[in-house]
Design a protein around this ligand. Structure first.
Ligand code: SF4
Length: 304
């Protein structure tokens, strides 16, 4: 039997950090932490990953590369689009845009000519699952290692997660282990506190979850919180919308195509996040709150 490697994906969020702390500090297990850089993370998350690395040990960074797909798309634009009688102006504009930028999230959207959505959620597959499989799991398995994939999911998070088992075998040949399945959210923060390791500061800034900034699944209140605290992230998404639009055949691409049912740009969706339920009227309290940002606001009671 080969040597066992305990791989764990660390997102910069509370659950995977608690799992890493638990494995290293309480179980004394040697782990192989992996951070999948989507290119759409908040700068504080990148800093937090560096911080975790300084207190818990080295982390392996993984990044998707879409250069081949973009190069193939250029061929499609010059052949199929022309056969489909797409205007020369649109073809030239797309060719101008279709060059890899090195940012995985943006490159994926340029290649696809659209953003992912709750109905077409290809982002997790393209940005996290495939690169981790190709760059971590498969090389380890080919090297004869026994691979255990530690996953920091909790049953309390959703009915789907409540049905998961602690151990599972995969067709690829590695085993999945879910040590936090019975943990509560309090247990997760308590694990940080017990070992004097700070949680990601974004949790004290009203974020319910840490992942892409923003995530395509982001709700109305979370978008409101992101927009008032991090307008530069909204501005970046607005810029991406313009770039992806130019690379798309139908000349349209919005980050939140269904958030308000109208498929408008991110700035319009932010305006909608300031409205009352139903999205028709401005909420005066929210309008004041938008300008008056509290230093600390946590969904998990982390503010003293
Ligand atoms: S965090 Fe959200 S946007 Fe990012 S890869 Fe996952 S589902 Fe997609």
């Amino acid at each position: 039997m080969g040597q066992t490697v305990n791989v764990m994906t660390v997102s910069g969020g509370k659950d995977s950090a608690a799992m890493w702390i638990y494995a290293v500090k309480e179980l004394g297990v040697e782990v192989y932490p992996v951070f999948c850089d989507t290119g759409n993370e908040h700068p504080m998350t990148y800093e937090y990953i560096d911080y975790l690395e300084s207190v818990l040990g080295p982390i392996h960074r993984v990044k998707a590369d879409f250069s081949k797909q973009i190069s193939h798309k250029r061929e499609v634009v010059q052949t199929k689009w022309r056969n489909d009688r797409v205007s020369e102006e649109i073809i030239q504009q797309a060719l101008e845009m279709l060059h890899p930028t090195g940012n995985p999230f943006l490159d994926m959207c340029l290649w696809k000519g659209r953003f992912p959505s709750t109905k077409a959620r290809f982002c997790t597959q393209e940005l996290k699952i495939i690169p981790t499989l190709e760059q971590v799991y498969i090389p380890l398995l080919e090297d004869g290692k026994e691979v255990v994939s530690w996953q920091g999911v909790r049953a309390q998070e959703s009915p789907h997660r409540a049905r998961l088992t602690e151990w599972e075998d995969t067709p690829e040949g590695y085993r999945i282990y879910r040590p936090l399945l019975k943990w509560s959210v309090e247990d997760v923060f308590e694990m940080h506190e017990r070992h004097s390791i700070k949680p990601n500061p974004l949790y004290k800034m009203g974020m319910g979850r840490v992942g892409c900034m923003p995530c395509i699944n982001c709700g109305k209140q979370e978008l409101f919180e992101i927009a008032r605290r991090f307008p530069e992230e909204v501005a970046r998404i607005a810029e991406w919308e313009e770039l992806v639009k130019k690379a798309s055949k139908r000349q349209g691409a919005t980050f939140f195509p269904t958030a308000n049912g109208q498929g408008e740009g991110v700035h319009e969706v932010v305006e909608w996040s300031k409205t009352t339920y139903g999205g028709k009227q401005y909420d005066l309290v929210k309008a004041i709150e938008f300008e008056d940002v509290p230093v600390c606001s946590s969904q998990y009671g982390l503010c003293e």
